[in-house]
Ligand binder design. Structure first.
Ligand code: NCD
Length: 305
């Protein structure tokens, strides 16, 4: 893979290799402390971020490399009207690899067409977010011991949530996975993503519900998401839909003992704070895995591992 724009840019063999390397890096980070010496990562973030940007930067520091970049379009020449393609052609003179986040669907792909260094899509609008997916796969693999044979519930804003689009695509390739999509009617999974599930061999298809209690007892993984306020066209709809699902201890009473509760974060209201003490809540473990999987990805894409 030259660029990582979509989770399907990675074969399942490449994913296995990245996850294995990430495990080794987590077990013995010192062994990798000089792997990217004198290499530079540029983080170009045209949209808000806490975890994705900081985990990319922390990952590069852990590998002994350097980081340049900006956080917020207002701090770059985008504010003067520069195109994404001109920005990346400029950054190519300063860096060896680029992680880019942008509010427009397809921005990372447009960027990749103009440069000769690897581009990583760190989120393009309501489309895809492949490195969150690597984080999620590492979490599921570590905590459930497998990536197939699982019933995965995804709940919340499945229309605009790019993390679920990428995770569905990636998980649809593993045998025996069954998807359960739980959302208000207005925030259902887009058709192109559902078609991927149907097209991919191995998975057992999907079911759709509007209420969590209709399916809670079946789930091995519950992936909660935030209603994506910034992608709504009017505030009224957002206010009406934002609290459609608030996961609390009462709602969890039918869930399996070994179900895991995931969330890409940031959380707003969709998981009550009381759930954080439930041993099934693993969203802060996801954050930790995210740094190591990005270390592995950077090393592989730079050709040093
Ligand atoms: C997600 C994103 O930016 O898509 N956050 C993340 O990268 N961990 C999810 C979200 O913003 O709701």
């Amino acid at each position: 893979m030259t660029h990582l724009l979509d989770p399907m840019d990675l074969t399942t063999e490449e994913i296995d290799r990245i996850l294995e390397l990430a495990d080794d890096m987590m077990a013995d980070p010192d062994a990798y402390a000089d792997l990217c010496r004198r290499k530079k990562l540029a983080t170009l973030f045209f949209e808000p971020s806490t975890r994705t940007r900081l985990s990319f930067e922390a990952a590069m520091h852990e590998l002994g490399g350097d980081v340049i970049g900006f956080a917020g379009a207002d701090n770059s020449s985008a504010a003067k009207g520069e195109s994404v393609q001109d920005t990346v052609r400029t950054v190519e003179s300063y860096a060896d690899i680029i992680a880019i986040r942008h509010p427009k669907e397809g921005a990372a792909k447009a960027a990749s067409m103009k440069v000769h260094i690897p581009i990583i899509n760190a989120g393009d609008g309501g489309h895809q977010h492949p490195t969150q997916t690597l984080t999620d796969l590492m979490t599921i693999h570590a905590l459930k011991g497998r990536l197939g044979g699982l019933t995965i519930g995804m709940c919340g804003d499945l229309k605009f949530g790019r993390t679920v689009h990428s995770l569905i695509r990636a998980m649809s390739r593993y045998p025996g996975n069954r998807f359960v999509f739980i959302s208000p009617r207005e925030l259902k999974v887009p058709r192109y993503v559902k078609e991927d599930v149907l097209r991919s061999d191995g998975n057992l298809g999907y079911a759709q519900f509007e209420r969590l209690d209709q399916t809670m007892a079946d789930l091995d993984v519950l992936y909660m998401t935030r209603v994506q306020a910034e992608r709504f066209f009017n505030e009224e709809d957002y206010i009406r839909l934002r609290d459609s699902y608030v996961l609390d201890n009462v709602k969890l009473k039918d869930a399996k003992e070994d179900m895991i509760i995931m969330h890409p974060l940031p959380r707003v209201n969709e998981i009550a704070a009381e759930v954080d003490d439930d041993p099934r809540a693993v969203y802060f473990d996801q954050v930790r895995y995210g740094k190591f999987v990005r270390m592995a990805l950077i090393a592989v894409m730079l050709g040093v591992a």
